[in-house]
Design a protein around this ligand. Structure first.
Ligand SMILES: Cc1ncc(COP(=O)(O)O)c(C=O)c1O
Length: 399
């Protein structure tokens, strides 16, 4: 029996069974659905993309996987080189892993060990944001502030190692003032907090965070697992404010295969690079640098660059703003739009009960959670398809 994610298995309704997928569409036996979730925000080029398919198939004909312990190969070398060019600043050192959660774990381990390697054992604390989500593994749950985990994490009591603050400059300054010698890093989902409720905040907060991190010698970590590759309307938030460590996942492979990367800058890398074996980064997921994942990631980045994806995302944002302009309802608290993300926050979660089936019947796949009804569509969506996704959301309130 399959144990499904985030579900009470006793009461969950049967999932829709997908038999085919192409472009923005998922197919069940009896319905054709626009995937307004992009398979958890990852399938930016749509399904069954001919070039991505070809990249995987041609690599599979050579070899699908070899470990990176003592071995290397061309796709991983090329992807590391590509990321060096594609990413801003001196984010040049790529540590691959198999999922976003693991890549965040790696970032947190890097940040802690960076100071340990210098003999600074005081910096055991992490600064993070209220409503943060960084993954489902233990340290990422602790750094996060996801309501879903509060219940189980209660078993440990309040964390000694993580401080959470709101996205307010005053709270940021106070936290740095109070914990400056104890912090190894400040980790954020920059500009857009996804699983915490599609919360959007201003770049001025990140700019101030960069200044304070420089002033107090704290590493700035951007978890761009969700925001990377255009979702906020920027290629990366890191293009606006440069972090010391950047984490990418989801869209890295165009949503084809689970893979992620923790990218360090020169300063962080130098903190590990010396003659002591103890100072090495002790991490090594079995499937890091998987050859199929690297091949498809290379092709995905090539498409992103050559097909002017940033213009596609600007168009999605323009259409979304146009369609949602003036839209309000007594059950709605707020409509938020940023780049390729739109979220309707309702006042009471009960308002969204039944929406998934309503959307299904109209040819849209959606997965609202808590008080949030959102769309993060594949970037190749047509205007007509996007209008249908947004129209279905609006229609729900007009019933
Ligand atoms: C910001 C952020 N970080 C980390 C993760 C975890 O990634 P994964 O599900 O690949 O472990 C997610 C997943 O939604 C995410 O949104």
């Amino acid at each position: 029996m399959i144990w499904y994610p985030y579900e009470q298995m006793k009461t969950m309704k049967a999932p829709y069974k997908i038999v085919d997928a192409e472009g923005v569409y998922l197919y069940t036996e009896d319905q054709k659905l626009i995937d307004s979730v992009s398979s958890w925000w990852s399938v930016i080029h749509g399904y069954k993309h001919p070039e991505l398919n070809r990249a995987i198939i041609s690599q599979a004909e050579k070899f699908s996987h070899v470990m990176l312990g003592g071995l290397t190969h061309e796709p991983v070398q090329r992807l590391a080189e590509k990321l060096k060019d594609f990413l801003p600043g001196d984010l040049d050192y790529s540590f691959f892993s198999d999922s976003g959660s693991v890549a965040v774990e790696v970032a947190l381990k890097m940040a802690l060990q960076f100071y340990m390697n210098r003999g600074d054992e005081q910096r055991t604390m992490i600064l993070a944001l209220n409503h943060a989500y960084h993954g489902d593994t233990f340290k990422t749950m602790e750094a996060g502030d996801d309501e879903d985990y509060h219940f189980v994490l209660n078993a440990y009591g309040p964390s000694k190692y993580v401080v959470h603050i709101p996205t307010e400059i005053q709270a940021l300054e106070q936290a740095f003032e109070k914990y400056r010698r104890r912090l190894n890093c400040f980790i954020v989902e920059p500009l857009l907090q996804g699983a915490g409720g599609m919360r959007m905040y201003d770049v001025s907060f990140l700019k101030r965070a960069r200044e304070l991190c420089d002033k107090y010698d704290v590493l700035l970590v951007f978890d761009e697992v969700a925001t990377g590759f255009g979702r906020t309307g920027n290629r990366f938030a890191a293009d606006l404010v440069l972090p010391d460590i950047l984490v990418l996942g989801k869209a890295l492979t165009g949503g084809y295969i689970g893979h992620a990367v923790t990218v360090a800058n020169e300063k962080v890398f130098r903190g590990f690079y010396d003659d002591s074996p103890e100072h090495a980064l002790m991490h090594g997921p079995t499937f890091m640098g998987n050859a199929l994942a690297c091949s498809v990631a290379l092709k995905s980045i090539e498409l992103f660059e050559t097909q002017d994806y940033m213009a596609k995302i600007r168009r999605i944002e323009e259409i979304t703003r146009r369609e949602m302009m003036g839209f309000s309802h007594r059950q709605i608290k707020e409509v938020r739009i940023m780049g390729g993300c739109v979220c309707i926050e309702v006042k009471d979660a009960a308002v969204l009960a039944g929406y998934q089936q309503f959307a299904y019947e109209r040819g849209v796949f959606s997965r609202p959670f808590l008080k949030y009804l959102y769309a993060m569509v594949p970037y190749i969506i047509s205007e007509e398809e996007l209008v249908k996704v947004l129209g279905t959301m609006k229609e729900w309130f007009a019933r």
